[in-house]
Design a protein around this ligand. Structure first.
Ligand code: SF4
Ligand code: SF4
Length: 177
């Protein structure tokens, strides 16, 4: 029998707004049917399973599966289509977001995500502006992109503790010591 993590049960049920509704999941599968990621990737991605494993507290089993294939968690685009259609009004996207945070804390993050977060923190955008792109924008007559307040973006992201996750805080402290 899979090991039960009562902290996951408690976090999902007690700490999340609407989390207690997870008890009313009757595994109808509508979330899976309407999920665009599931429609594209079939059995590789299944939010119904994720909700079930969370409700049961099967964190270890779920995380082992995530280790084998990170896509089963990180494939979620947070589009919230499942939330809109779930007959029990379960905040599925929130549950998946909670699990993503737990996966980050456990070091189960595909490298692509920290890299993207680093790029956004340091440039204020996911795809930094390049002179070649600006030239093409001008050629297309769509003008230059607006100036991004990078310092503000950085301050907001750092307030979330992102540096700890990215392992940059220590580097910064060493550099200023
Ligand atoms: S749609 Fe809602 S009730 Fe149905 S399986 Fe998904 S989470 Fe459970
Ligand atoms: S929020 Fe995630 S699980 Fe829900 S429909 Fe969108 S991709 Fe699928």
């Amino acid at each position: 029998m899979p090991k039960i993590d009562f902290n996951v049960k408690r976090d999902v049920l007690d700490l999340m707004i609407g989390g207690e509704k997870i008890s009313y999941c009757y595994q109808c599968g509508i979330c899976n049917d309407v999920c665009p990621v599931s429609q594209r990737w079939g059995s590789r991605y299944n939010p119904r399973d994720t909700v079930l494993f969370s409700a049961l507290g099967y964190k270890e089993t779920l995380f082992l599966a995530i280790k084998r294939d990170p896509f089963i968690l990180w494939g979620c685009t947070a589009c919230e289509t499942c939330d809109e259609k779930c007959p029990s009004e379960i905040p599925i996207t929130e549950i998946i977001c909670y699990l993503k945070n737990a996966a980050v804390a456990a070091g189960l993050t595909p490298e692509f995500y920290p890299e993207s977060a680093r790029t956004i923190r340091d440039n204020g955008m996911a795809i930094p502006v390049q002179p070649a792109i600006n030239k093409r924008r001008e050629k297309l007559g769509i003008g230059l992109p607006p100036n991004i307040p990078v310092d503000e973006v950085k301050a907001i992201m750092e307030a979330t503790g992102i540096n700890k996750v990215l392992g940059k805080k220590e580097e910064k402290e060493e550099g200023t010591a």
